[in-house]
Design a protein around this ligand. Structure first.
Ligand SMILES: [Zn+2]
Length: 162
């Protein structure tokens, strides 16, 4: 099990359209740097893909191992897209996650955001999120990630405030 990191301008556009359409339904933070959509410099993206990927690899094995020990089903691979827009993280079942890379904080917190969206995907695959409200789904993910075995892997994870 692993995460494959990607960047796609098309995916980024798709995500922006989704947020525009849905922002009345969910409390999302729509960040549009400079107020418009533009293609990021290639070199910049390559560097971010590399550093975010390397950082995640340091905890990946342990993370998936801890999930497997909880007898939860996983996909074989997950694809994580980087995006300059939208909320800090986003997921699309069964195996896609999107992580925002708009500012320094997003980069510092990439593992937190990846783990968060990944847990959404895992819980929804295992039917733990079915029919829950937005806030209940968020609380479920927080409770999952503050369990002792995940605390050890990702000590910087903090519960969200609602
Ligand atoms: Zn969430």
């Amino acid at each position: 099990m692993k995460i494959i990191f990607k960047y796609s301008f098309k995916k980024e556009r798709e995500q922006i359209d989704w947020f525009k359409k849905n922002q009345l339904e969910e409390p999302v933070n729509l960040v549009l740097p400079e107020g418009k959509v533009r293609r990021a410099p290639r070199e910049n993206i390559k560097k971010k893909l590399k550093s975010i990927g390397q950082k995640w690899r340091k905890i990946e094995k342990e993370f998936f191992g801890a999930v497997r020990r909880k007898k939860l089903n996983l996909e074989n691979n997950y694809v994580c897209y980087l995006s300059h827009y939208g909320s800090s993280g986003f997921y699309q079942s069964p195996n896609k996650l999107i992580i925002r890379i708009a500012d320094k904080k997003d980069l510092t917190e990439s593992n937190i955001n990846i783990a968060h969206e990944l847990v959404h995907l895992i819980l929804s695959k295992n039917k733990k999120e079915t029919n829950l409200s937005y806030i209940k789904r968020e609380k479920l993910v927080d409770d999952f990630l503050v369990q002792r075995k995940f605390r050890k892997i990702l000590p910087e994870y903090k519960k969200q405030k609602f």
